[in-house]
Design a protein around this ligand. Structure first.
Ligand code: ZN
Length: 160
């Protein structure tokens, strides 16, 4: 089956940054399964996987604008520690889910000084050029409900 009209695609991938460091890999774990054409993965990768078939292997290098965007210094803020009530140990590197004007975002604590906490709302991979080594392992048709919801169901589903 060919990857055309909104199919469900499973891939094994290894992700490296510009320095060649491995950031993530599905090898040895479950493949990543996504609904093609629904914007569920970064645009650069989704575009590269269009019209591919099971067994195809590709290496694709993606600039930040087609990955997680450029870093935006306005997303770095200093907030009072009391905003983190209920958390005893605020440490650099901790990540929280927060609401932003663009929907849910992950913020990372970048510094703690006294009562002041610096947070960075940029995606951890913002500004990074990313290279994916990808193999397509499976392609199936999307169900009607999956098309309606704009994401896959079953293994890897993001709601109950
Ligand atoms: Zn759903």
């Amino acid at each position: 089956m060919k990857n055309t009209e909104n199919p469900v695609v499973s891939i094994h991938y290894t992700l490296t940054n510009k320095a060649g460091e491995q950031l993530d890999s599905s090898i040895g774990a479950e493949p990543l399964t996504y609904l093609h054409g629904a914007g569920n993965i970064i645009p650069g990768l989704e575009n590269a996987l269009a019209d591919k078939t099971v067994g195809d292997k590709l290496t694709v290098t993606i600039e930040p604008e087609d990955a997680y965007g450029e870093r935006n210094e306005e997303h770095i803020q200093t907030v009072p520690r009391e905003m983190f009530q209920g958390i005893d140990n605020i440490e650099v590197g901790m990540q929280f889910q927060a609401d932003s004007s663009n929907g849910p975002a992950v913020v990372t604590i970048t510094a703690v000084e006294g009562d002041q906490v610096s947070i960075d709302g940029n995606h951890p991979l913002a500004g990074e050029q990313l290279t994916f080594d990808v193999e397509i392992t499976e392609i199936r048709s999307a169900t009607e409900t999956e098309m309606e919801h704009g994401h896959i169901h079953g293994a890897g589903c993001n709601h109950d």
